[in-house]
Design a protein around this ligand. Structure first.
Ligand SMILES: Cc1ncc(COP(=O)(O)O)c(C=O)c1O
Length: 413
């Protein structure tokens, strides 16, 4: 987390002390560094500069409107998976012609709106989707641009819950089935095949499956071109991993070289859909300690953030570094850092070495910018956290903390 550092014994995001944010905004709060997001995008753009590449940021990773608008300002498009994400992206200023619509199931109203605004491509995953798209496009008198998402059956060493490129998952089309769909699409005058693609998983730390997938996509695309298809691009999805603990993710440069080398022989444009890579290490979840307690087996630090704010540890057994905002020099002991939600699994970190903490002390969870706020819920009727964007010496609230009234606003008594 390059843009979070300790100065005078206190953690800062860029030039702003996390304590200042906690005092002004309260906790739990997500804190994001604008410089971190911009620098990741710059690294991506320069790594892919030698080859015609379009970056479509995966909105699901963090869909805060202000963050999206900062991202789209860099001439980056969007990878979306729902009507909600499409509308968010449009509100944040994305160019419709830079939107790719992924996902294994899309409703008619979602297809309709995406056709009306004129998105770049529908990443299609089934015959039913092709048929629906043809029907809705015909109703609207539009031509739907299609990219076929292939399931290359490639095993990725990542958490099985975020591996998406195997036949045991719901994602993508088997190549033979995709070939049949090419014919179906060719017969529909309201459909146009523009590309092929895949997304084999997330938090990938080894480039070899990416290379294999890109080579497979390149040879499949070449086959289609030989059959007379006028393809424009290959979409390689997202998935490059980041450091949460002590992982050594491949460099963005090596990632770019791997994809470019595989796709170049086809002469087709390249699309990438990074999410975690752009925002993951740009954010932290700032929490206050509520209490500490001991059982004969364990010591606990109970904080005011919980699994409803950041579900990754409970859902994926994901690791997030946990640190104190104020550096303490005393002896450390092992604690489980837990939230107040009534679930045994509401654990942010087990056996973490921390100094003695007391109620009111501030801690933060590292690398919480991706799949944090965007996966938050109101479980246990807890208002979702505030979100803050830091820019140099300044910070602003980019999502206010939910009020209690927000929680039951849509309920009917
Ligand atoms: C189709 C697609 N593209 C891109 C992404 C973004 O992945 P990541 O955040 O790992 O880059 C995902 C994540 O699930 C996805 O499903």
């Amino acid at each position: 987390m390059e843009h979070f550092s300790v100065r005078h014994g206190e953690t800062h995001c860029e030039n702003v002390a996390l304590r200042t944010i906690a005092e002004a905004v309260g906790t739990p709060s997500y804190v994001y560094s604008k410089a971190s997001i911009k620098s990741q995008l710059q690294k991506l753009k320069s790594a892919f500069a030698s080859y015609p590449t379009h970056i479509c940021y995966a909105v699901k990773a963090n869909s805060n409107l202000t963050l999206l608008s900062e991202i789209f300002e860099e001439d980056v498009g969007a990878d979306i998976v729902s009507l909600g994400e499409l509308e968010r992206a449009l509100k944040a200023g994305v160019k419709p012609s830079a939107v790719a619509f992924s996902g294994v199931g899309k409703r008619d109203d979602e297809l309709r709106r995406a056709l009306e605004v004129g998105i770049f491509s529908f990443n299609v995953e089934s015959l039913a989707e092709v048929e629906n798209l043809a029907r809705v496009a015909k109703e609207l008198g539009k031509i739907a641009p299609i990219s076929l998402r292939i399931n290359p059956n490639i095993d990725v060493k990542t958490n099985p819950k975020i591996a998406t490129g195997l036949f045991s998952t719901k994602f993508g089309l088997v190549e033979a089935e995709a070939l049949e769909l090419v014919q179906t699409i060719a017969e529909q005058k309201h459909l146009r095949l523009k590309g092929v693609g895949c997304h084999i998983g997330s938090q990938i730390l080894d480039l070899s499956p990416m290379k294999e997938a890109a080579e497979r996509m390149a040879s499949f695309a070449a086959k289609l071109v030989a059959l007379g298809q006028k393809l424009e691009f290959i979409d390689m999805g997202g998935g490059l991993g980041i450091r949460y603990k002590n992982e050594e993710p491949p460099s963005i440069k090596a990632y770019a070289e791997t994809l470019i080398n595989a796709i170049k022989p086809t002469g087709l444009n390249l699309i990438i859909e990074p999410g975690r890579l752009v925002v993951g290490n740009a954010g932290a979840l700032l929490c206050s300690v509520l209490a500490t307690k001991k059982t004969p087996k364990k010591s606990f630090v109970i904080v005011d953030g919980a699994m409803n704010d950041l579900v990754r540890p409970a859902m994926y057994d994901a690791y997030h570094g946990i640190a104190c905002v104020a550096k303490k020099n005393g002896p450390e002991a092992l604690y489980d850092v837990v939230g107040p939600v009534c679930e045994t699994g509401d654990i942010f970190g087990e056996n973490r070495s921390l100094p003695e903490l007391k109620s009111g002390d501030l801690i933060y969870l590292e690398s919480a910018g991706a799949y944090g706020s965007s996966m938050a819920s109101n479980y246990n009727t807890r208002p979702r956290a505030a979100e803050v964007l830091v820019d140099g010496d300044h910070f602003k609230i980019v999502k206010r903390r939910e009020s209690l009234d927000d929680l039951w606003r849509d309920e009917i008594l």
